[in-house]
Design a binder for this molecule. Sequence first.
Ligand code: NAP
Length: 347
Amino acid sequence: MQKIPLGTSNLLVSKVCLGTMTFGDQNSESEAFGLLDYAFERGINFIDTAEIYPVKPQAATQGLSETIIGNWLKKRGLRDKIVLATKVAGPSRLIPWLRNGKNDLNEANIRLAVEGSLRRLKTDYIDLYQLHWPSRNVPFFGKTVFNPKDERPHIPIGETLSILGKLIEEGKIRYIGISNESAWGLMEYIRIAEMKGLPRIVSIQNAYNLTDRHFEIGMDEICFRENIGLLAYSPLAFGQLTGKYIDNPKTHGRLTLFLSDWNAHYRRPAVLEATRQYMQLAREHGITPAQLALAWCYSRWFIDATIIGGTRPEHLKENIDAIAISLSDEIIDHINEIHAMITNPAL
Ligand code: NAP
């Protein structure tokens, strides 16, 4: 498995990162250990988690994903072989149980969050500490329209960066990244860090897949010019791009287990139609739909690492095997034709 430096950091990460947001809900600890062992054997050294995981976030399970990873790292003695990424939650009405619903990206909350993550992960440092979503009003998680009426007080970016700088000096975190950010936010983090001599972000973790390529509208150029790595999440559109829900709409999986607003954008009719067309293209070329979708992500120049999810070992095998698939110009042209006809249907 190829390893590359993440952005401007000294972190050498595998091009495939293991996502863990099913650990502690869809996956038990013993299942998660099996997935972690398999991913490590296949050369994955990069693990992504978050303080609020597993998803769907609930008070009763919060932190279980990190706890399971911490137990695995300790049991296998692998901490120094793994690049560990986690995230602090931003403010949201959807998680009123986190820090009494008063969560935001200020010093008190970030310190509580980092201490909690370190304790659950059973480590004394986090390699990449990410802001899960912004403090300010920005559309994300399936929302795309910016609405000035939703403006509210928020923590200034410079204040958050200076707290993260203190945590780096204290040795609790090594590098920082952002997630679910807009082009304005991405540039603003860079500008303020340079202006005030604060730490510079090395990565941005945003959604990117065949049904949502909006990262290509401006954000890719910023990543190129500023040497920031995209960590692409939901590369299979929550599993939709595997085609399994087209083959059998009642198939057991995230999109049938959790029928809610949280994943409605990946169940839209236009997403289903695009998926049908990508499935046909994959099958015409003798690869699986999941492999077409992942080979696409693995071959995009602006993606440093693609964060895969999978609830079964056979998912991980199929998803990791796709790294060896090289998409021909003919397939890429065909993907772009489908994209031109059904552009970003998950947006
Ligand atoms: P995804 O690849 O779009 O969806 C993964 C789901 O698809 C799996 O849980 C599995 O679930 C199904 N699947 C995966 N491979 C399959 C295969 N080969 N065949 C059949 N089904 C398959 O990725 P994601 O889970 O949404 O995201 C990956 C990671 O990105 C997460 O774990 C998390 O670390 C990160 N993430 C971050 C954010 C953020 O806000 N920063 C948001 C989302 C995700 P089922 O068994 O349930 O079908």
